[in-house]
Design a protein around this ligand. Structure first.
Ligand SMILES: Cc1cc2nc3c(=O)[nH]c(=O)nc-3n(C[C@H](O)[C@H](O)[C@H](O)COP(=O)(O)O)c2cc1C
Length: 261
């Protein structure tokens, strides 16, 4: 086991989307998963199903699974298990599902980050897949997931392919995200600085060029080429064009037995 510098691991981490052929052993996986479940929890609402089988990953390709992935993990909010425990104690679940799902997202998020960092510490790389919730029907069919269990996020894992260039993506300056004692509205120069750090960073790394993807503009002529298609433009197009509605998610959650959302 390599000696650990947690700050080095955190600061060097970047999403990895291409992996070598080296398999991930059960022993390594067990270590990583045990670290995952050592995360703080609200109600131990997190479960995970993982697979090393290429044909299973193929069936789940719609999640955006990268083709060289060696292990695919799907992190779940598991109310089913909690209800079983409660029944053993003679209780019946009587809770707002919206609130329980909220706690579930918290539990899953903490466990996933532990898994990511534990994996990094053992030389593995990973990338999250965020569209699992909307693909719950497919995931539950392929991975035999029962009602009252809901996928939150996927994680592709493997040993990073050194032939693939990867870079550390920028973040907002700390002063724009961390405030002592009370929330502080950013000044205009700070907003500019936050935008500049993100935009210059992403443009310098040709992030969207390499991805070959821009979110199309719904209205008007798109005269922003890849040379100016920056992170702030991307995130604005994501959140300002009415693309998202919670309705499909609520409908799928309903099919998995979650009510009153
Ligand atoms: C909830 C979540 C979902 C994500 N989904 C995807 C995804 O579907 N495909 C992908 O390539 N990257 C995905 N990512 C990775 C982000 O693009 C990445 O974390 C972000 O660009 C910052 O880059 P970094 O991880 O290299 O620091 C996701 C990240 C999060 C936190």
């Amino acid at each position: 086991m390599p000696s650990l510098d947690i700050f080095k691991i955190i600061h060097n981490r970047r999403s990895i989307r291409k992996f070598t052929d080296q398999p991930v052993t059960e022993e390594v996986l067990k270590k990583i998963l045990e670290a995952g479940f050592r995360a703080p929890f609200a109600a131990q609402l997190c479960s995970v199903v993982y697979t090393k089988k290429p044909d299973v990953m193929d069936e789940l390709r719609r999640l955006g699974v990268y083709s060289t992935t060696k292990v695919l993990m799907v992190f779940l909010i598991d109310v089913h298990r909690l209800e079983k425990i409660m029944r053993h104690r003679g209780h019946r679940y009587d809770q707002d599902d919206g609130m329980t799902l909220w706690l579930g997202v918290q539990d899953v998020s903490l466990a996933v980050e532990n898994v990511i960092l534990a994996a990094e510490s053992m030389g593995l790389g990973s990338v999250l897949l965020g569209n699992a919730p909307l693909n719950a029907d497919l995931i539950s069919k392929v991975l035999s997931i029962p009602k009252r269990v809901y996928p939150v996020v996927g994680l592709c894992l493997g040993y990073p392919d050194p032939s693939e260039e990867t870079e550390i993506r920028p973040r907002f300056p700390l002063k724009c995200s961390a405030f002592e004692d009370s929330y502080r509205d950013l000044s205009e120069p700070e907003v500019q600085e936050a935008m500049q750090v993100m935009d210059e960073g992403y443009l310098a790394q040709s992030y969207y060029v390499r991805l070959g993807a821009k979110i199309p503009l719904r209205k008007g002529k798109d005269d922003i080429g890849f040379d100016r298609y920056s992170w702030c433009e991307h995130i604005s197009r994501k959140f300002c064009q009415g693309r998202w509605s919670k309705d499909p998610l609520v409908a799928i959650l309903g099919r998995y037995g979650f009510r009153g959302l």
